[in-house]
Write a protein that binds this ligand. Sequence first.
Ligand SMILES: *Cc1c(COP(=O)(O)O)cnc(C)c1O
Length: 564
Amino acid sequence: MEGIDSNILIYAFDESSRFHKVALNFVEEKIKTTILGIAEFSLLEFYSVLTDGRKIGMPLQPSTACAAIRDFYESQSFAVLQCSQACLQMAIEEAHGYSVKRNDIFDFLIASTFKENGITNIYTLNTKDFKKFDFVQAINPFLDCSRSTDTIARTSHRGVGPSGPEADHSFIPYGKQSINEQDVASVCSVLRAAFITQGPKVPEFEKSVANKVGTKHAVAVNSATSALHLACKALGLGPGDILWTSPITFVASANCALHCGANVDFVDIDPRTYNMCPQALEEKLRHARQSGRLPKIVVPVHMCGQPCDMKAIHALSREYGFSIIEDASHAIGGYYKNEPVGCCRYSNITVFSFHPVKIITTGEGGMAVTNTHELAEKIALLRNHGITRNPDLMRQKPDGPWYYEQIDLGFNYRMTDIQAALGLSQLSRLDEFVSRRSELATRYDRLLADLPLTVPWQHPDSDSAWHLYVVRLNLEKMNLTRRQVFEYLRKKDIGVIVHYIPVHTHPYYQAMGFKWGMFPEAEKYYQEAITLPLFPAMTEKEQDRVVDALKRILPTEHTERHRI
Ligand SMILES: *Cc1c(COP(=O)(O)O)cnc(C)c1O
């Protein structure tokens, strides 16, 4: 059980508040995993604020507020906590020890009520009020620790916050994790618990991700790279086999085949989505059938968070007999044909990454999800040295309760409980992250519309998770190179980057016989692409700075061409 202060409940009820949505979302997400304790004293404040016409925009009728309070008493998700007579007595006596002033006695009583009920974590917007009492930990769940000046924290303190010249010239990274106090509390509670690895948090995180994306099984590992490797192993990839993926991806999507002793080849991209092109795939499959070099596994990559044309790729897998691993490192929280990415309707296994620049993070981490029990079992076995404690899987008779057995050659690819606790807390804000990313992407689309560049085209079947916002420069329309544009933006402290150098052009792959010119759409894309900053905590002011810089360097129909 965890405690909640009246102010968050008040925002959750006050529809006129700008924090209404975020507070309501917080409460709804919290009660999925825990019971929220409310001190009975807090309900007085809850009632008096919500019915007071001067304090909130849309005051509740007294009868509505009473009904809400009755619901708290009757709900399974909330526990209204009374302060016992003894606690009351003691609290008043102890209050002297904490030198509690008259106005703070309510905070003290609320904190004491939580303490008496064994609660140490209190969610509140007024962490200051509880800081005085060392027996509870006050957490502002909306405070974004990864920014020094957080929008919600700033505006909740009467709208004044640091702004000024230095805020305007800080570096804007291309991506950034959003860590809040709830994440910190979640990790800290594991550090204080019995297990920091292989405890209850990893299976809890696996179950939550499986529920969220709609698959039967999920296996957490220490990176998406590990998840790709084990997914290939579980599908039986080995020497003599071939894996195909997109050349526009992070190298890990291809390296997983090499780690299995198999070969790699690539399928060119669709120039609109930057995803593997199903027509190119079909044509390559036809040739491969003739030469007897069909792939065992195809790895479509949901580039930038936009899902691939999975239905077409799946239909080809039936015809040509290959397995599919979706590399959804960019795409947790996205949807394809109104189903979550990761539900594996069109694939055998889907892989997610929880690296800090991705949609949600566990520091380092990854996960493989599947609807096939045997695949999940195999991946789980291989992440832990190939060792099992499951008697059903053992080859020999256990000679004691200590007995375990190595039945395959595996790895140490385990995720820790510390990481899983962070992942669980992050997962509760997944929808919030994706909708903020999508909002910023739409705003980029609008603000960049008149510039000589191509904004990300979206297929009607897909709802992107918006990991990346990549623009393609229309270089024929300008007297500039991509490098000049890139360097200008960097000089303006805008953290642009390029995703990705086509995998087949890296020296390691060239040494295997790949050459420039083999995948022309991917290579043309690479010459023109620039990734602009996009992350949930990005402000519109920061976004305006990116747009202004682009407007300054790129020629427009109406303005004179700027010289560098
Ligand atoms: C980030 C990424 C990976 C690797 O993820 P890690 O968790 O860092 O191992 C693999 N594929 C793609 C497409 C990625 O973006």
